[in-house]
Design a protein around this ligand. Sequence first.
Ligand SMILES: Nc1nc2c(ncn2[C@@H]2O[C@H](COP(=O)(O)OP(=O)(O)OP(=O)(O)O)[C@@H](O)[C@H]2O)c(=O)[nH]1
Length: 225
Amino acid sequence: MLFEILETFHSAIRLCFSASLNNPTLAQLQTTLTVSQVTMGYAQLVIGPAGSGKSTYCSSLYEHCVASRRTIHVVNLDPAAENFEYPVAMDIRELISLDDVMEELGLGPNGGLVYCMEHLEDNLDDWLTEELDNYLDDDYLVFDCPGQIELYSHVPVLKNFVEHLKRKNFSVCAVYLLDSQFMTDVTKFISGCMACLSAMVQLELPHVNILSKMDLVTNKKDLDE
Ligand SMILES: Nc1nc2c(ncn2[C@@H]2O[C@H](COP(=O)(O)OP(=O)(O)OP(=O)(O)O)[C@@H](O)[C@H]2O)c(=O)[nH]1
């Protein structure tokens, strides 16, 4: 019985971690999308649990692009974020901030965050559309998202956000960051993989999983096993 459960998880995990752009099906899907749509721009949604390294990834990506003379615009979608190591191109806090919501509505941090994201959802046609109008064809936007994983599992806000970007002719993909510490313990490994899988299923986007903080894994041999 245990063996069967592990086999099932193993298949799910293989699905999770092989879903990279090298996957021929996804590559084909991307080509089809690029050819069949008049693409206005490109968007990458950087998602993952709290503290998994999303903002660090966004700032490293930004620095890499500056060094290689490419242009990307990093967007802050976290109404609780305070410090940034990249220039913020668009900021959800201009629309709503978590501190204001918690103070005015007496909500806690998680309820407040869901409220902020639902407010964003209500303002997709005005605030977001106006902000997106500042970007030209072929611009590349990277969205640094909040870390509450319910946003990627069952709350429909991010799904509707993605649909809005697609209606604006953006080609969208998701990058899911998972702390590599999740790989060092079997129960954390299974829960981390299930969280990745649930985001893949919910968002229905070309999806890349990235293990972050590999420098903190001292025994890489254990990781392979
Ligand atoms: N050692 C190590 N630390 C990292 C790495 N990436 C991120 N961190 C650290 O992990 C912590 C969290 O990183 P963030 O980039 O803020 O994570 P986040 O996912 O944006 O966090 P939230 O927005 O709160 O969900 C910070 O202290 C980072 O310095 C890495 O590759 N190696």
